[in-house]
Design a protein around this ligand. Sequence first.
Ligand SMILES: [Zn+2]
Length: 253
Amino acid sequence: MGLQKDEALVLTKISYGESDKIVRLFTLMNGKVSAIAKGGSKSQKRFMNTLEPFNHIRIEYFKKQNKSLARIENADLIESNKGIEKSLKSFCAASFFAEFTDRLTKDGERNKDLFDVLKYIFINAKDTAFGSSEIVINLLNILKVTGFLPNFKSCVYCGREVPDEEKVYFSKERGGILCKICSSSLSYKTYPAGVIISLSLFEKKGNFLIDPKFIEYIQAIMEDFIAFHLDVKLKSYRLLKSVIKEEVSSINP
Ligand SMILES: [Zn+2]
């Protein structure tokens, strides 16, 4: 690959040795890239602080064909993460979406739409208080651009379009809703009328207002589906949920 110039979002950073850092980046042109920055060398010292999680950076790195770690040659800031640390909820939300992206993608897989979704999540995390609805909407956005969005429109078994009044059966195994007839012979969970209809609005419009009384059901659908298909049980998600819950119960004790 040789020397690459790219834009990247910093997903994670770990210190390595005395002064080095290993970062996981989601780049615009080449998807996920793991890279090392050698803090000991003078030329690299000046950009070490740029390599912080949730920063949007311009980067030059060198990658040899059969090496898994690239070497960072240069980096400068496009959009700083400053502000995310002010709210625990925002910080936890940004951490979760960074980890989710990391787990959902393979090294070197370019996905510009995912890059854009994640970029806006990090920008919004600086001045929006992330609540349950924002988290669900962003989660759906990421599933959509990575091709993992469940089918909320037609029966995943027979393919028939399911009328709204029948949209109550969801099969996590098959990744979508079932019609009434197919539900008689397959496993599923039933959700109150309106829950799946609101999710199908997302599929249609890319956004929707979540009725607060549905939020727990929608979270349950997403969690079941993600745990089953993506084998993702994220530490950062459990933390995020507990932080949001605490906040809700401190408002309504
Ligand atoms: Zn069917």
